[in-house]
Design a protein around this ligand. Sequence first.
Ligand code: SF4
Ligand code: SF4
Ligand code: SF4
Length: 334
Amino acid sequence: MKRPISKVRRTVQLLSFLLLVYGGVLFKKQFTVSWLPYVKATPGFRVAERLPHLITPPEQAGVFDFFLPIRSSPFARNTGLFRGCFLYFLSENITYLTPLGQFLPHVVFYIICVFLLGMLWCGWICPLGYLQDCLAMLRRALHIPQLRVSELWQKSFHIFAYVQLGLILIVALLIAFPVFSWESRKQLFNLNSQLNPGDYIFPYITGFNHSPIEIAVTNPLSLILKITMIVFLLFLLASFFVKVSYCRICPLGALNGFFNRGGGISIEKEVSKCTCCGSCYLTCPMQFKHIYLEKEKRNVDRTFCIRCFRCVDICPESGCLKVKFFKYKLFQSG
Ligand code: SF4
Ligand code: SF4
Ligand code: SF4
């Protein structure tokens, strides 16, 4: 069966993966972007003394020092094109209490990115999303059937993604002040990276043997953090059986998803053309049923829809599903 959109998507994903994970090796020069201020730790906040193994060495700075709505890693060797993901930026700079003048332009840049493309960043660009797709492709090649999770689990995962997002941001703020002991603050520093499997995997696959997972277990808190890291890593590996399993609990996905409705990209259904065949549900990596179940709804956008457009690719009815950029049609099913 022809799947033209999926073929283009795979190519974009592969190129993005290479550039985002290995781009720093290709582009030695670092470009400064004058309209986005370079943000560094506020003087006096001696992070290096707190958690030297979580510090991005200066030579590891990305080619472009700004942050995209994707789960990349600042700990990869030579970092790649961009220095880490936006949630890394957000949580670190909350901890640093970075002045608003430096902080806000990056937030505005992120909002513009996700307003225009929503979770298309996830389905097409994010290297961690691509890794999960590769695991699913491997499973298909081995003729192992995929597993699906129940609706209840699916909802729980999404709630867990929001809980994680809240926790990362609250902890990032709290450790800026002496609320916890010094030792706990050290261990909770950059909780985002400690919960991001990309920050364990990308350093290793780029030959930079230095990642949060190496945190030594010295007390109950560090033990809990280490176990949590291993669980998140297993969640990512579970995408071999359950498509994009980590994306279902990803805190950055939860943040990006806020912009999936009312932004530039939308999916529309021509209800009169839908035959309720269910193909869109069977192919959807996020297991969304609503496209074929909601018979009267034209707008089928959902938070957590990673904009892979597999549903559009597979729908047999010509013009039944349409992808739009604002009011302009980009492509359609059939
Ligand atoms: S939801 Fe998935 S694709 Fe999106 S940022 Fe998270 S890991 Fe990447
Ligand atoms: S694949 Fe197309 S025709 Fe089939 S249920 Fe989904 S939207 Fe309707
Ligand atoms: S609804 Fe369509 S675009 Fe969204 S995740 Fe499912 S298959 Fe992909």
